[in-house]
Design a protein around this ligand. Structure first.
Ligand code: C2O
Length: 342
């Protein structure tokens, strides 16, 4: 059976190793609504590559996050709540809906890609709503392309809403991201690192991602123990970019380097925007006509998330298989690693 949405009124203290954190989410006073696809007449949001955004866009994006940060922490749309959503779904605050004692975990399984797609979809709508711009699209951190392999500079400006002090100081400014990072800095030149990254992208998506299980992760059904196994994309580069960005001097590599705090860093959403784009690239080049998993337990899995009106929405995996159903798409950039066959 598919995993049912968690019951927000049954929330436990979450934990990160020995550390306890409260990630319980505000209850909404209005009844839960079922997700409905936005009208095809609503504007298509185009998510831009972070390295290409202009001044006007940046102004809007900074403003939107500023407004989100200014909302009271118990507002479902606040930056604090948005960050807690990740913790709640990843650090065992919730049981699987209707199954007390069975942990809900959205990583290390076939839920990884659809959960994060739904999560940042609503995050993006809230940001757009706060600045009154229904066309607003989150940027994507284009770390799979040489032009995007550094921390996008606008996240690194102190005193702006996009800055986060808890990042690795060695990885600011000009460092090239290591898509295979494991907290040790490889002694590679920039061009060697770029070359390694491109080869790795090819391996992860094209070579190691041949089937839905291999690319997206193993089945996780109601009553199963969590963490049946991650897909190729989730381990690397996904996990590596998290570790590379977080501050290695912090106990759990906060913020980006661990589940409970990762989404406190605004760059989290740009990282996941690119992860989500990789799902679309995989769909186009590897999966072709097969629609991911053709398995009702996957398609009917449900999550609860808040929309831009602070209402709780039940959304299912089957609702988010195509980004155009959600009325967003990605700026069309080259994917140079498609030619980096080892
Ligand atoms: Cu839920 Cu990038 O992790």
């Amino acid at each position: 059976y598919p995993i049912q949405a968690p019951d927000f009124s049954h929330c436990q203290t979450a934990s990160e190793g020995p550390k306890l954190v409260n990630c319980c989410l505000p209850l909404s006073s209005s009844p839960i609504i079922e997700f409905k696809r936005p009208s095809i007449l609503s504007p298509l949001r185009v998510r831009p590559a972070a390295q290409f955004v202009g001044k006007e866009y940046l102004k809007k994006y900074r403003k939107a996050v500023e407004l989100m940060r200014a909302l009271p922490p118990d507002d479902p749309r606040s930056f604090a709540t948005q960050a807690k959503i990740h913790c709640a779904y990843c650090n065992s605050a919730f049981d699987q809906g209707g199954l007390p004692g069975m942990e809900l975990q959205v990583h290390n399984s076939w839920l990884f890609l659809p959960f994060h797609r739904c999560y940042i979809y609503f995050h993006e709508r809230i940001l757009g709503n706060l600045i009154g711009d229904p066309t607003f699209g989150l940027p994507f951190w284009n770390w799979d392309s040489p032009a995007g392999m550094r921390l996008p500079a606008f996240y690194d400006e102190v005193d702006t809403s996009l800055y986060d002090p808890l990042r690795d100081p060695k990885h600011r400014k000009h460092a090239v991201v290591d898509l295979d990072h494991s907290l040790i800095d490889d002694p590679l030149s920039d061009s060697q690192q770029i070359y390694q990254n491109l080869k790795m992208m090819y391996r992860v998506v094209m070579t190691n991602g041949k089937t839905p299980e291999l690319f997206m992760g193993m089945p996780f059904r109601a009553g199963d123990n969590p963490n049946p196994g991650a897909g190729s994309l989730e381990l690397l580069p996904h996990g590596a970019v998290h570790l590379w960005t977080g501050d290695r001097a912090q106990p759990f590599i906060e913020n980006m380097g661990t589940f409970y705090s990762a989404a406190r860093d605004p760059i989290f959403y740009a990282h996941h925007s690119n992860i989500d784009r990789m799902w679309s690239v995989w769909q186009k080049h590897v999966a072709k006509k097969t629609i991911n998993f053709n398995d009702a337990d996957w398609l009917e899995t449900a999550f609860l998330l808040y929309d831009e009106n602070a209402r709780l929405v039940r959304i299912k995996v089957k609702d988010c298989l195509d980004t155009t159903w959600l009325r967003y798409t990605y700026q069309d950039v080259r994917n140079p690693w498609l030619n980096a066959r080892p």
